[in-house]
Design a protein around this ligand. Sequence first.
Ligand SMILES: [Ca+2]
Ligand SMILES: [Ca+2]
Length: 574
Amino acid sequence: MKKIYLWLLLCLYCTATLQAQITPSAEKILYVKKNVSGGTGNGSSWANAIPELADALKWAREQYIADNNWLTGDSLRIFIAEGIYKPLYDADNSRFQNDGGRNNAFVAIDRVYLYGGFPATGNPGANERNWKTYPTVLSGDIGVSNDYADNVYHVLVTINLQNTRIDGLSITGGMANAPSLQTETMIKNVNIGYTRSSGGGLFSLNDANTLKVSNVEISGNRADYAGGGDIRSSLSLNNIIVRNNTATEWGGGLYFAAMGLTGSYTLTNALFTGNTAKYGGAIISQINSLTLVNNTIVNNTASLGGHGIYHRATSGAQVTLANSIVWNSHPNSVRIIDSLGGAPFAINYSIVQMATVPSGPGNFNSDPLFTNLAGGDYTLSDASPGINGGSNQIWNSANSTDVADLAGNARIAGNAIDMGVFESQTVLPVLFGNWSAAIKNGQLVFDWSTETEVNNDHFLIQVSQDGVKWTTVQKIPTLAAEGNSSIPVTYQSSIPLTSLSLGMGLFLLGALAFKSRWQMLAMITATFLFVLAFSCSKKGTLSNIEDGKLFARLIQVDKDGATHSSKIIQVIQK
Ligand SMILES: [Ca+2]
Ligand SMILES: [Ca+2]
């Protein structure tokens, strides 16, 4: 008899524990922590945290279904400690309280803000949040661990959301490989059953741009058709990393799909790396207007077209790159940006690894000089032409609220915004002002100014035909007293083409588009005279004269020998 009582008591205790009434804190926060020990599990504090995000979202969905105005004019925040969380419930409206196996997903709810990146110890507040140090991982890797075959189709689903924030999460392990027209899956009266072959990590449909997704990594997701993320929404994506996702067909990283979206989309501060597909390794766009501002798209792979971006142009559609870098370690015959029918890209203030410098202001095709390309560090080294190479105006008009770069540093540092996702915080000893170079009357003429100088010794003027191999042509000492100046200093220097060293003179001839054959012959004659005078033993050839492209940069050298590069410019002809 005693045993029965004990058993009954135990059962009551278990039921009470399992069904702890979820109760947000007075500040309307629900706390979720995977490794919580003890506590009531009602979510009212870290000590009483709910162990599973899936249970917190199930509860929120129950409240929403009971009364879809339950948070009108208000919001609920879910704070999620570091740890790995798996979707435990079916995505469908009528089955979301049950385990649906591969149909499970985290379904975001309007006005329920998700904040990850809290440490799993102590009693952390919002200021202690760091999404990179304390990763909060939403993993679709259910069933057999590290085996994708039994993973969920979508990890995170956002549909018809108006006011929600998703911040500080890592989304991984989705496997969108079901044939279309599978079992109906209804979310807010939308059937997403047909999407089960794209958007393994994130599937987003009909959300407003007041759905703000930031500080989020989408990595290690797979899709039969398209994308680690399938974006059919205006949701705002900012400060995101899209890494190592694989699509069998299109858009390994993100797929911007035409269906349900006719307007324009702007993606800011996004890093794409290690994504693969047939077309559009990082991104494929089918929408009317896709604008990428301060994106770094590096080392993605497409087997057929567009390692970085593939634009499946519909008539009049536009893809715009601004303040961005598109680069690969091992370029091959597949174009880094490509489009159906050769539709052009609009490119401004960007570095794109193309055969020629992209037309448009402030563009280069020269090496962006990442800190460590092979090691995956895509911050900019001090010599990078991307430093201060972007347009503040473009950034400010694309982004009104976010002020940090992807590393959490000030987004605009120095005298202009940098290209790509990371802003160099190095305080350069010399702040360059104007900088131009021209070929004029047989002379190379350089004009530049400095805004300020500290401990400066001299400048080296360097020129290059390909933006990769550089030759020093002149050394100019600083005009600032003791190398220090807090006011602008102006410099000018010129070099007769004929006084350049062997090879350079011939090389520079290639930079001149001569107005007449006689003019060209006169210059070649002058140069040959020089070559003969100074080096009869060496035989110059005209074979290295190419298509008239010549670049210049200034290397500023401190009194202690440290060097920093100006931005690279193209030498113009006057
Ligand atoms: Ca698995
Ligand atoms: Ca800058």
